[in-house]
Design a protein around this ligand. Structure first.
Ligand SMILES: Nc1nc2c(c(=O)[nH]1)N[C@H]1C(S)=C(S)[C@@H](COP(=O)(O)O)O[C@H]1N2
Ligand SMILES: [Mo]
Length: 329
């Protein structure tokens, strides 16, 4: 991303997408048809959200503590955009701990051990505590179909499995002094070779304002496409904040702290003039080195217009009332 110049024609070769375009057709059209009608009905409110009781076959990281996960219930998002083929979601990733080339991440992250895993949740909280993977799965898991818009102007539509971050934060009881939430990725250079690079301020850190963190659209994801997260997607638990650029959606979280001050994030530390704390998707505010007006949907050939707040303005615009969106990038 920031410091490293990557020719986009190299990292997103046309041929790759052309050859994968046909996967779109295979996406359980018949099974999804019934719910699709409901999910895409004119005036259907908000993003596709739902829980399902039936367990799918598990293909992701195996775990003894895995409960039934919701099955895929639609093949498009609430705007009618098709899901990005699973194969593309699994093979094109940003994850600097493993590789700076999106198409190499899956291979580099293969075998990354995500169990056992513990997330320490504390800071300005009355009941700080650790959450193991099985604690994480004690929260009701839902499917959330979200658009993911990378700051590098590519995007996907991903059927996540997860639960609102608010459910977890409520359990630790934030004190009134807590204004922001700070997230940290595992630091383990032996397992995450990218962390050997002194070019970056490891570990990866992200942050949200308290109201953003408590918003219902903000989830901790444990899976996608009906299976547990694979290492390349941020297993075992990652954040997903769909109205912000993808870099806010931090992977492989080991620490969550409630804090009083705005945390300095990985990208703010690395390149403060290019990456801000808020990072709300905004087609009208160009990145210093490229336009954000359009994006390339992975699996498609053309470009499409980028939507303010990535299309979630109705749900989140009120969080930023009175703020100059052009300034608070
Ligand atoms: N720990 C960590 N989290 C991360 C990143 C990273 O390099 N390290 N990359 C971010 C960026 S730039 C994007 S676009 C998304 C990509 O998520 P995906 O690979 O699941 O599509 O993850 C984000 N989370
Ligand atoms: Mo990104």
């Amino acid at each position: 991303m920031a410091g490293i110049k990557i020719d986009r024609s190299e990292v997103t070769p046309e041929a790759l997408y052309r050859s994968r375009r046909d996967f779109v057709k295979g996406l359980g059209a018949a099974a999804a048809g019934a719910v699709l009608a409901a999910a895409c009905a004119p005036g259907a409110p908000g993003p596709t959200v739902g829980a399902s009781p039936s367990p799918p076959p598990l293909q992701g990281t195996p775990s003894a503590t895995t409960p039934p996960l919701p099955t895929l219930r639609a093949d498009r998002d609430e705007l009618g955009d098709k899901l990005t083929p699973e194969n593309n979601v699994d093979t094109f990733n940003n994850y600097y701990e493993f590789s700076f080339s999106p198409q190499d991440v899956a291979r580099a992250a293969e075998g990354f051990v995500t169990s056992p895993w513990t997330i320490q949740v504390g800071g300005l909280a009355s009941k700080p505590r650790a959450f193991t993977t099985s604690d994480i799965f004690s929260f009701t898991q839902e499917e959330r179909i979200y658009r993911m818009r990378c700051v590098e102007a590519w995007s996907m539509v991903i059927p996540w499995i997860g639960f609102p971050l608010a459910r977890l934060l409520e359990q630790v009881e934030p004190t009134p002094e807590a204004q922001y939430v700070r997230f940290e990725t595992l630091y383990a250079p032996q397992e995450m070779p990218g962390q050997e690079s002194g070019l970056f301020p490891w570990p990866y850190v992200e942050g949200l304002r308290m109201d953003e963190a408590m918003h219902d659209l903000t989830i901790l994801a444990t899976g996608l496409y009906g299976k547990l997260l694979l290492p390349q997607s941020g297993a075992p638990v990652r954040l997903v904040v769909p109205w912000k650029y993808g870099f806010k959606s931090i992977k492989a979280i080991v620490k969550i702290d409630l804090v009083a001050e705005m945390p300095t994030t990985f990208w703010m530390a690395e390149s403060p003039q290019e990456y801000g704390f808020y990072a709300n998707v905004n087609p009208n505010v160009p990145h210093p080195r490229w336009s954000q007006a359009t994006e390339r949907r992975i699996g498609e050939l053309g470009r499409r217009d980028t939507l303010l707040f990535n299309g979630y303005g109705e749900q989140v615009a009120q969080l930023y009332e009175g703020m100059d969106l052009a300034k608070w990038f």
